[in-house]
Every structure is written in structure tokens, then in C-alpha cells.
Design a protein around this ligand. Structure first.
Ligand code: URA
Length: 259
């Protein structure tokens, strides 16, 4: 049966076949029912079987290569929601409709509708998880324009972890770098819902503008146009592969002592 190997992208068999051959999922289901596909030498009719590039999948006498995962950098404008479908607002994924099977793409984490900046988009679920899941502690860097006056100990409070009332827990240590009396850079790792805005709220300030300029070691180029996207380079994709996760080697902010 299908072989599992850590960190190779897993696909449902029907998706693997459909993406690699361009044949619709509906037709693939018939092909499977007709017993025309083997996985590692065994006929399989299971559309949901989990397979990857380590498996040998044969259809119509030909080995079917695994679909290549796609990775994009996107400069998110205001007004789009990080979703594939939304009843009220245009979505980020709609902006990718020129790409084949664009509905298989997913945002890596979420930016609020009014947040701008660096957003990654992929159809590689494992890679997405490594960046977006709080356990992986991948640094996310934001510029915030805010109203109100930060308390004198705001930097220390962020380092200690701001208490998030909704979750009833303390956020991971964050690095706050005030730039002026109404602007600051902040680096967080978890990316909980509205996390930066809620952290500023806990510091008696309100975020007016929020812009993400960096994830891990990947920066949004200053001149990269708003609303545009480009494929990531191989090197950029590798920044977020196992053992190379920027946050695992970063000195910010987890290595800083609590005060
Ligand atoms: N934190 C927020 O409050 N909003 C975002 O869009 C991202 C992080």
C-alpha cells in the first residue's frame, strides 16, 4: 500500500491523479472504480488513499509523477479576506484565478481584511503548517501605526507575554520596537486571531494601520507592488523547510529573558 515518508507532501489519490493529469476529479473517480490505477503494484479504488511522490502510481500503463507544489509571495492590499470563499468580501484566493486549480491554494495563516503586506500562498499543507502553526514559533514582523500612548514598560510587557483575555492565556514573548509616539514594529510568533491588535489594546492603544513586512527570514521587497504576487524561489521555499525554520535558529524573541 501507500508508503509514508516524513515531510513529503501527502495527497488524496484522486487529487494527485487529477492535478498531475489535468483530468477532472469526477472522471478520476470513475477511472478508480474501473480499477485502472495501481499504487505500488496494487490495484486501488480508494479515492481518499493518502499518497506522495515516494509511491509508484500507474494509470493507463504510465507512471504518474507527483504534482509539483506551488508557493507564492503576495502583497496583500486592504479589502480582501484570507479565505477561498466568502459571501461578503472578495478573497485573496480569487486573486489567483489565473493559476490552474487555484481553489487548491491556501493562505499561510491569516491577515485581517484591513491588514496589508506579506502573505504566503501555497497548496503544500505541510509547508503551510510549519509557518502558520503556533508550535513552530515562526517569527512574523509587523509595522503598526496606533493611537494612544504606550505605557513605559510596554517593551517588557511584550517580552513577558501579553495576557490574551479571549484565550485566557499569555501570548509568547513578543519584541516591541517603538519607532515614534504612534508607530512601532512588533515581532510575534503565534499569529492568533487579531493578535497584534489585541496586544496593543491590552497596552491601552488602538492599531490604526497594520502591515506585515517579514516572515521568518523572508522580507517583502519595498518596491513589490500591492496586489501582485510572484512564485517563491527554491531558496525562499527552503527557508521554511524542516530544520531550517528561521524561528528555530532565530535569537528573537524566544531567547530573550523575561523581565
Ligand atoms: N494581528 C492582527 O491583529 N491582525 C493581523 O492581520 C495580523 C496579526
Amino acid at each position: 500500500m501507500a508508503k509514508k515518508q516524513n515531510d513529503t507532501q501527502q495527497f488524496r489519490l484522486d487529487r494527485y491523479l487529477s492535478q498531475s493529469t489535468g483530468i477532472s476529479r469526477k472522471v478520476i473517480h470513475k477511472i478508480l472504480r474501473d480499477k485502472l490505477v495501481t499504487v505500488n503494484g496494487e490495484i486501488t479504488k480508494s479515492a481518499s488513499l493518502s499518497v506522495s511522490s515516494v509511491d509508484t502510481i500507474i494509470f493507463d500503463g504510465e507512471i504518474i509523477a507527483a504534482p509539483a507544489p506551488r508557493y507564492f509571495l503576495y502583497h496583500k492590499p486592504k479589502g480582501l479576506v484570507c479565505a477561498n470563499k466568502d459571501r461578503r468580501y472578495p478573497t485573496v484566493i480569487d486573486e489567483f484565478e489565473a493559476e490552474p486549480r487555484f481553489q487548491d491554494l491556501q493562505c499561510v495563516g491569516r491577515l485581517d481584511i484591513d491588514t496589508t503586506g506579506l502573505l504566503l500562498v501555497t497548496d503544500d499543507g505541510n509547508w503551510n503548517h510549519r509557518i502558520s502553526h503556533p508550535n513552530h514559533k515562526c517569527n512574523k514582523y509587523y509595522y503598526a501605526d496606533f493611537e494612544g500612548t504606550l505605557p513605559e514598560n510596554a517593551i517588557e510587557k511584550c517580552l513577558q507575554g501579553i495576557y490574551l483575555t479571549k484565550e485566557k492565556l499569555r501570548a509568547s514573548p513578543a519584541t516591541l520596537e517603538p519607532l515614534s509616539d504612534h508607530e512601532a514594529n512588533i515581532c510575534i510568533q503565534e499569529g492568533r486571531h487579531h493578535q497584534v491588535k489585541r496586544m496593543f489594546h491590552a497596552l491601552d492603544c488602538e492599531v490604526i494601520e497594520l502591515h506585515r513586512y517579514k516572515i521568518g527570514e523572508l522580507c517583502l521587497e519595498n518596491d513589490f507592488p500591492v496586489g501582485e504576487y510572484r512564485p517563491l524561489t527554491v531558496e525562499e521555499v527552503a527557508l521554511f523547510t524542516q530544520d531550517n525554520t528561521p524561528s528555530s535558529t532565530s535569537t528573537l524573541p524566544n531567547d530573550q529573558p523575561n523581565v
